[in-house]
Write a protein of this length. Structure first.
Length: 259
């Protein structure tokens, strides 16, 4: 094992998961090799815990996890370590912007995900973690971004080129990974962070090795230390083989992935 790296922080959509929303058998195999070699494998996702946990269970992960772009850090499955809530007044302003621009919107509360189909207007009565917009119209998306930046107090990223994701200012995957490092006694220089979208950018910039998927947005590729194969080509398995399990731990599966 490459002793430089002790923590592998994995985005999910577009990274760990292929376009069919599954973890391929080869990727599962290499993640288990990493875990068996003593590497901490940590989910680092924009997803809510309830939609991420089945994948953590599939992989048998017991390590800390970063959820909702860093709004939640879990010490272990079922054990919340820290949660950062969004000011309901900001949620109200973001909802009003969605109405003004006529775009699809969603919001994660502690309890469930709301969008324009099930929105009931009870903003003050809930604990909010994240707000988001989605539109194919680049100009509208840019105008929304400008208005959001003017509001202040927001961490603005995306999980695809068509959306905007908003968390409380200072809350991102990098801040979450730093907390996980503190829980595990690991340095950021010992972290490999992998992702494909702007909500992965801070983590990729601050990790010891920042990896962009082959399908990543151009900005992410430009900021990464290395670019791996796409999420449909077992890019995570390639990362583990090439940069983490560089010795005998790679085992017989090593020849199954080509450079």
């Amino acid at each position: 094992m490459n002793a430089k790296y002790r923590l592998l922080a994995l985005d999910m959509d577009g990274t760990l998961l292929n376009d069919e929303q599954i973890i391929t058998p080869l990727t599962v195999e290499w993640i288990k090799k990493a875990v068996d070699a003593g590497v901490h494998v940590c989910l680092s996702t924009g997803r809510a815990t309830r939609s991420a946990m089945p994948y953590a269970e599939q992989l048998g992960l017991k390590t800390p996890m970063i959820m909702v772009n860093g709004s939640e850090v879990w010490r272990a499955p079922g054990e919340l370590y820290r949660r950062s809530l969004m000011d309901p007044a900001l949620v109200q302003q973001m909802y009003d912007l969605a109405q003004e621009f006529g775009v699809w919107y969603w919001a994660y509360s502690v309890d469930q995900v709301y969008n324009q189909r099930n929105w009931d207007g009870d903003i003050q009565g809930r604990e909010w973690l994240k707000f988001g917009y989605s539109t194919e119209d680049h100009d509208v998306r840019h105008q929304l971004l400008m208005r959001l930046q003017d509001m202040g107090g927001l961490e603005i990223t995306n999980s695809s080129p068509q959306n905007l994701e908003i968390n409380p200012l200072g809350v991102n995957k990098a801040s979450g990974i730093l907390e996980v490092c503190q829980l595990l006694g690991v340095e950021m220089s010992q972290v490999v962070a992998v992702g494909d979208s702007l909500n992965d950018l801070a983590a990729i910039q601050q990790a010891g090795l920042g990896v962009a998927m082959g399908n990543a947005q151009d900005t992410v590729k430009q900021e990464a230390d290395v670019v791996t194969a796409s999420n449909n080509e077992d890019g995570i398995a390639e990362v583990i083989r090439k940069y983490i399990l560089t010795g005998s731990e790679a085992g017989t599966g090593e020849a199954r992935i080509t450079d």
